[in-house]
Design a protein around this ligand. Structure first.
Ligand SMILES: [Zn+2]
Length: 251
């Protein structure tokens, strides 16, 4: 072979190797945004906490896991429909989808700690309450009734269909959720466990996925932690470490 041809082949195979190395796509989804503030604390808004932690997770991944491509459903304070969030992940052919949220409780109730959800049908009233509140965001979307095929985010019956869903990604999703909770626990957070519920944003994604509830914006000490740089850094680091460990188990 001519020297030029060999050089071309070397360059080509390097390109192939590089593209093969960057095959893992992570979609990070900061819940709510724009006209949808999510849950409200005394001064904090869920949408801002979600975004701060999401961007911090993304930065850690981009700096340390060079073979992971990070795609964000939003990087600023904008409203993105739930169906579009899932569509972004599906179009990117993502390997993993992580949605980041902040929990809230009715007035008078106190809560502490972090929990992670995977998609599934669970009739436990507590899980249904969290899923209903997060899914209610679709009511701010135009034509949500036709887009979600008559799904009523406030109706318990609508969630029963999830019971019949086959989720081939369930095992992997649970694995990731467990890793996230383990990291939270070792960082000193109260471990509220891994749960399953019918989140629309997870239902429409076609890859392993989970939804993190960072903490309780309606509990004063939690709110100040969630709004602090220390809190954002620790929470983001836990999610990052879990993603890193999850990815290592998939190779
Ligand atoms: Zn939320």
């Amino acid at each position: 072979m001519k020297r030029k041809t060999i050089a071309t082949l070397i360059v080509l195979s390097l390109c192939v190797m590089m593209s093969a190395a960057e095959t893992f796509t992570l979609v990070l989804d900061a819940g709510h945004g724009g006209k949808d503030p999510g849950a409200l604390g005394k001064t904090g808004r869920e949408k801002n906490i979600n975004l701060a932690v999401t961007l911090a997770v993304g930065k850690l991944v981009e700096q340390n896991l060079k073979d992971v491509k990070v795609v964000y459903t939003r990087k600023t304070d904008v409203f993105v429909e739930l169906s579009e969030r899932a569509a972004i992940a599906n179009r990117a052919k993502a390997d993993l989808f992580v949605s980041i949220h902040t929990n809230a409780l009715p007035k008078g109730a106190q809560g502490r700690g972090s929990e992670t959800y995977t998609l599934g049908m669970h009739r436990a009233a507590d899980n249904l309450a969290v899923a209903k509140r997060e899914n209610a965001a679709i009511m701010l979307e135009k034509d949500y009734e036709s887009r979600y095929e008559g799904f009523d985010p406030k109706s318990s019956e609508s969630y029963i269909i999830f019971e019949f869903m086959q989720d081939k990604n369930m095992e992997r999703s649970v694995k990731l959720a467990q890793l996230i909770q383990r990291q939270f626990r070792s960082s000193g957070r109260v471990d509220k466990g891994v749960h399953q519920a019918g989140f629309l944003v997870l239902r429409a994604t076609s890859m392993p996925s989970c939804l993190v509830e960072l903490g309780y914006i309606t509990t004063l000490s939690e709110e100040s932690y969630l709004l602090s740089q220390k809190g954002v850094n620790e929470l983001a680091n836990s999610i990052y470490e879990a993603i890193k460990k999850y990815k290592a188990t998939q190779q």
